[in-house]
Write a protein that binds this ligand. Structure first.
Ligand code: MIC
Ligand code: SF4
Length: 648
């Protein structure tokens, strides 16, 4: 459809896009520029995003609301994380950005509780920003540089997506939860199934799903590779905002009855069974009852997927008056201070502590490998959204992604257990929580006034190094294939996180030493010796996180181009923003012709970029490569990255 086309019915996403369209045609596949109302950052990507924002020389953010959260790097072992936190707090105060203190909660959870508004656009330097879609926002994950540009008032560019509709019917049965809905969607669509699309939820079944349940679904929609996921804004949404003391933020939002979708999936929630994503991919989904007898070493409950009050109460109601298995270690991380304090007030926290849970602070924690790595080969049941190899911090750890209910009953039995057939029924009414949420915004610090901000100082500790140098696109590349990897390589493979490496997110030269560590521990060293090189990837290269570090570390190591069968959306944009050329095999079979260590030569790139095609010469063979770049992205590459392009 085309903007302004009044003939055709519109989807929810198309309506929001239409009211925020700054450039381009709303034709699937073409690049569109969107006005961004809100931004969020977290600390692991935030330091870079704010360094980038500062370098743009804009005195104050131009969004309606920008918020900086601290939730990822919480260990503060050494000065590095603490320095980053201080820097982010000072930069936020000065430039008009709200600051969410460490301990206030996970960015996505706090954002939909306290700031999210239906119908608004939000981008965040975190791939799970689509969580806000549960509230009817058009919320998307982006690289730090794109967030910096949006804070400066610039447009955010995406490819106009196709529309997928998920029709939910029936209601969730006993022991089955919203997590099982998204696991079922992942089972059907796979981690590539959402690429280039927005997933909209509808059908009579959604009336029974609360906003936190919807947010579980939109959150893990990131694992589909989708641009985002979205629910309508309806009476349920109004009820939620009212309970947050923000009813005035509500607007109704629904798709038109004759809206067109490229694909429709029907799911009857009443027939769903508890599901688990088995090692090592979120789409390796099987019914829990079919897994057989698997002994569990560790259970982790929390993350931006499943840390709402309802999730916590469901777990507490299962564990109440019982004791977890002696062979299980159970961690619980509430999503926000609001959730935490309400758990304390209603007695659920006491029940969890008495049952033997280890209560962690309100943060990402084990989800990003900040502690709680399983034992060697250990089985870890997690309510999180990603189980990529090595992400837990233990390379041979066996991570299963499940619902809070499955996690809780399994913690009791010591084996992966189906909660729908287990004797304990989940009844959260035992906790008698009030209808209104407990509101305490003391962990949300407003920015300084414009006048006070003028003389405010930005504090930069010694761990904070400058953004790496980017270079204008060369006309020819003559270099070595430094690494060849397979399909579905994630950003956790390219630039791992975890307690050892996260403290160096603001120190790219140091951090780059760990690039591709889980795949090939000699890669970084080899790249540094070679001085330049190319990476060969398979399908869906760069899926997962929005971390631009997965482009900045290769940049630091001299990578000039990545040639893959296909790229994940955010990572491809991050490569361009960093001035690295993403190239795609015209014929995917040519992937087999290239091996690590071979020499590769590409000439005439400046002419080639005009026609979206270049020829690579590898060992005497010619390999045609295409580019899927918008004109704006070509300019960015020629200028040497987004920052140079933005500065003109
Ligand atoms: C993740 O879940 O992988 C992260 C850590 O939240 C990342 C962001 C990051 O790498 O800092 C994400 O999802 O974008
Ligand atoms: Fe944090 Fe995990 Fe959510 Fe990423 S997926 S934002 S690490 S809780």
């Amino acid at each position: 459809m085309v903007a302004g086309d009044t003939q055709m019915g519109k989807t929810i996403a198309q309506k929001i896009i239409e009211t925020h369209l700054l450039s381009g045609d709303m034709k699937p596949g073409s690049e569109i520029g969107l006005k961004i109302d809100q931004t969020l950052t977290q600390d692991a990507t935030g330091t870079m995003a704010y360094l980038e924002f500062e370098s743009m020389g804009i005195p104050r953010v131009r969004t309606e609301k920008s918020v900086a959260y601290i939730d990822h790097n919480m260990l503060q072992a050494g000065f590095m994380n603490a320095d980053d936190h201080k820097y982010i707090q000072s930069v936020a105060a000065k430039y008009g950005i709200w600051f969410s203190v460490p301990g206030n909660g996970i960015c996505h959870q706090v954002h939909y509780e306290r700031f999210g508004i239906p119908g608004k656009t939000l981008i965040g330097s975190d791939s799970h920003t689509p969580t806000g879609g549960g509230l009817g926002m058009l919320a998307m994950g982006a690289g730090g540089m794109d967030v910096a540009v949006a804070m400066g008032g610039g447009a955010y560019y995406i490819t106009m997506p196709k529309m997928i509709k998920v029709e939910l019917m029936g209601r969730l049965g006993a022991g089955v939860s919203a997590k099982d809905v998204i696991l079922e969607v992942l089972r059907q669509l796979t981690v590539k199934g959402g690429v280039g699309s927005i997933v909209e939820y509808g059908g009579e079944g959604i009336d029974t799903l609360t906003v936190p349940q919807r947010c579980t679904i939109t959150n893990m929609g990131a694992e589909l590779g989708a641009t985002t996921s979205i629910f309508p804004s309806d009476e349920m949404t109004r009820k939620f905002l009212k309970a947050q003391g923000r009813e005035e933020d509500w607007i109704p939002l629904a798709s038109d009855p004759d809206a067109k979708y490229d694909k429709v999936i029907n799911i009857d929630m009443s027939s769903l069974k508890p599901l688990a994503a088995c090692p090592h991919s979120p789409d390796n989904v099987k019914p829990v009852e079919e897994l057989g007898s698997i002994k569990v070493d560790q259970v982790c409950i929390g993350s931006c997927t499943n840390s709402s009050l309802t999730d916590m109460l469901s777990v507490a109601a299962i564990l109440k008056g019982r004791k977890i298995s002696d062979s299980v270690s159970l961690s619980i991380s509430p999503g926000s201070r609001q959730v935490f304090s309400m758990m304390a007030e209603c007695g659920a926290l006491t029940d969890l502590i008495d049952a033997g849970a280890r209560i962690l602070e309100c943060a990402c924690g084990p989800c990003i490998g900040m502690g709680f790595s399983p034992s060697s080969g250990g089985v870890s049941l997690r309510t999180f959204n990603r189980n990529f190899i090595g992400r837990s911090g233990t390379k041979d750890g066996q991570v299963y992604l499940v619902s809070p209910e499955t996690a809780a009953v399994s913690a009791l039995t010591g084996y992966i257990t189906d909660p729908s057939t287990y004797e304990i029924k989940v009844d959260i009414s035992v906790y008698n929580v009030p209808d209104e949420f407990r509101i305490n915004d003391s962990g949300l610090i407003p920015p300084l006034s414009e006048k006070d901000a003028e003389n405010a100082e930005v504090v930069k500790g010694p761990n904070i190094k400058n953004f790496p140098e980017t270079y204008p696109l060369a006309d020819s590349i003559d270099t070595e294939v430094l690494l060849k990897v397979g399909d579905n390589i994630t950003t956790d493979h390219i630039m791992p996180a975890g307690a050892k490496i996260l403290p160096y997110r603001s120190n790219i030269p140091y951090m780059a030493g760990f690039c591709f560590e889980v795949v090939d521990s000699e890669f970084a060293e080899r790249a540094r010796r070679a001085g330049s090189g190319i990476i060969i990837g398979g399908q869906n290269y760069g899926q997962g996180s929005s971390r631009e570090h997965a482009a900045l570390a290769p940049l630091e190591l001299g990578i000039k181009a990545v040639i893959a069968k296909s790229f994940a959306r955010i990572h491809a944009a991050n490569l361009v923003n960093a001035g690295i050329l993403p190239l795609i095999f015209e014929d995917t079979k040519d992937y087999d012709l290239i091996e690590q260590g071979m020499n590769i030569e590409i000439k005439g790139i400046h002419e080639g970029i005009k026609i979206d095609r270049v020829i690579a010469k590898v060992e005497g063979q010619e390999i045609p490569l295409k580019m899927e770049l918008a004109d704006r992205q070509k300019e960015i590459l020629l200028k040497g990255g987004l920052l140079k392009y933005t500065k003109g």
